[in-house]
Design a protein around this ligand. Structure first.
Ligand SMILES: [Zn+2]
Length: 448
């Protein structure tokens, strides 16, 4: 049955400038027709019995935002131990379902979940599709394929990657192939690869060592593609970015330490980049409010500043950028920071607000359901955000929750006011930190 959204200003997500909307018709979960106000022609009247889902007079109608980097299984982790060790698979899946509702109610109608613990993202995606829990449209990866020099092999070599952790440690090509097949069998939409490492393996030039040899990456990507799945990579090091390009990776996250030449390779490849700056910006700007150490704040601020220099070059030279936030940590709780990435794109990369919106709609849709989501045009999913404000003028309005007037996912209105929106943290979720720093006898006695 057709339903209509009427009036308001339409930002269709394609990059086209805002235009006054007559009405938009939704049918079978999809956009069926869009009628703009045409000063030269008479308005096209609605049928007498039209079912008006929302009158958006004075408001902005736009695609729901898309966060291409959101880890639903992480449970707002305060530490790697909390992310990788505490909480059963069952508890994590239920918790992720709860968090998915918060993400959706914040105006994010799609996320790409690039890796997490157990097979939680796949389970939540399926539960959302089945209508068991409310949440955004999702594309899901499983555990990150990694090596002993890659991200997600967090613990000492005598521990390895725990079954509850986000990494799948692979030592050789045969194990890589087996892991890809296992993940495909278990329902991933794409394979996540930790193509570069943690800060403990930083190279002198910045970034971290590539965790895989380029021929290994090729095998992984090829195997994912052979099974009709895609592959995406975490790569902070510029060398790792180039290896990912050569391997035919479908999209790349971070890229902070690319040189301009490596960045130009990325532009020529046409492979999109999801820089994921919000996580770093939150630590740099607000980390002092939540107990991040001064040293860590400084280190992250330096990486952020390094990244935005090359990202400005990337954007000017035609790299397709996608919004993502790394929501799922305690510094990026679900449903709160997804739209900050757009503000960062405007403020630090030099985009217009409309260009940033396109990164969060059409461009990010590529990571979820290519060509089906992110633009309000006939045939696309009717995933729609109605907001009080003009984000094409002030991008920050997208972060103000009280401005959200309506959200539709597949043409169905989302309940914006659930009975309860906060959960308690359970003791077993936290690392057993005794104290943040040492309690010295002298600091108690006030002597030196
Ligand atoms: Zn991430």
């Amino acid at each position: 049955m057709s339903r209509y959204i009427t009036h308001g200003m339409l930002i269709d997500g394609s990059g086209a400038p805002p235009q006054p909307l007559q009405w938009l018709r939704m049918d079978e979960g999809r956009i069926a027709e869009v009628r703009l106000v045409d000063d030269a022609a008479a308005p096209v009247p609605l049928p007498a019995d039209a079912d008006i889902a929302f009158d958006a007079t004075g408001l902005t109608v736009m695609p729901g935002l898309i966060d291409a980097h959101c880890h639903l299984s992480y449970g707002e982790a305060r530490s790697i131990e909390e992310q990788d060790l505490y909480g059963s698979a069952e508890y994590r899946a239920l918790r992720a379902g709860w968090h998915a509702g918060k993400v959706l109610r914040s105006g994010v109608t799609s996320v790409s979940d690039p890796g997490g613990s157990w097979n939680v993202a796949v389970a939540v995606r399926d539960a959302i599709r089945a209508g068991i829990v409310d949440g955004p449209r999702m594309s899901a990866a499983g555990k990150y394929l990694t090596t002993q020099t890659g991200l997600a092999d967090y613990f000492p070599s005598w521990v390895g990657t725990p079954p509850s952790g986000v990494g799948a440690l692979t030592h050789d090509v045969s194990q890589m192939l087996t892991e890809v097949r296992r993940q495909v069998k278990n329902g991933v939409d794409f394979v996540k690869v930790a193509a570069s490492g943690e800060s403990s393996t930083l190279t002198p030039g910045g970034g971290s060592v590539p965790a895989f040899r380029s021929e290994e990456l090729k095998v992984i990507v090829d195997e994912a593609h052979r099974h009709g799945r895609r592959a995406a990579a975490h790569a902070r090091s510029g060398v790792a970015v180039v290896d990912c390009i050569d391997a035919g990776m479908d999209w790349i996250m971070h890229g902070d330490y690319m040189t301009q030449a490596q960045c130009d390779r990325l532009a020529a490849s046409g492979i999109p980049l999801c820089p994921t700056l919000t996580f770093m910006a939150n630590i740099a700007d607000y980390g002092h409010l939540v107990g991040c150490s001064a040293g860590r704040i400084e280190r992250i601020r330096h990486t952020f500043e390094t990244a935005i220099k090359v990202l400005r070059h990337a954007y000017r030279n035609g790299v397709t950028l996608i919004t993502g936030t790394d929501s799922g940590f305690s510094i990026t709780p679900f449903g709160q920071w997804h739209a900050r990435e757009l503000e960062i794109f405007v403020e630090h990369i030099g985009m217009t607000p409309l260009e940033a919106i396109t990164c969060a709609t059409r461009n990010a849709g590529f990571t979820v359901d290519p060509g089906q989501v992110g633009v309000l045009a006939p045939g696309m999913w009717a995933d729609i955000l109605v907001i009080d404000g003009d984000p094409a003028r002030d991008i920050r309005v997208l972060q103000e929750q009280h401005r959200v007037r309506a959200i539709f996912k597949a043409a169905r209105a989302v309940d914006l006011h659930p009975a309860r929106d906060a959960i308690e943290r359970w003791p077993w979720e936290r690392v057993m930190t005794v104290s943040a720093t040492e309690l010295h006898w002298h600091s108690v006695r006030g002597t030196q």
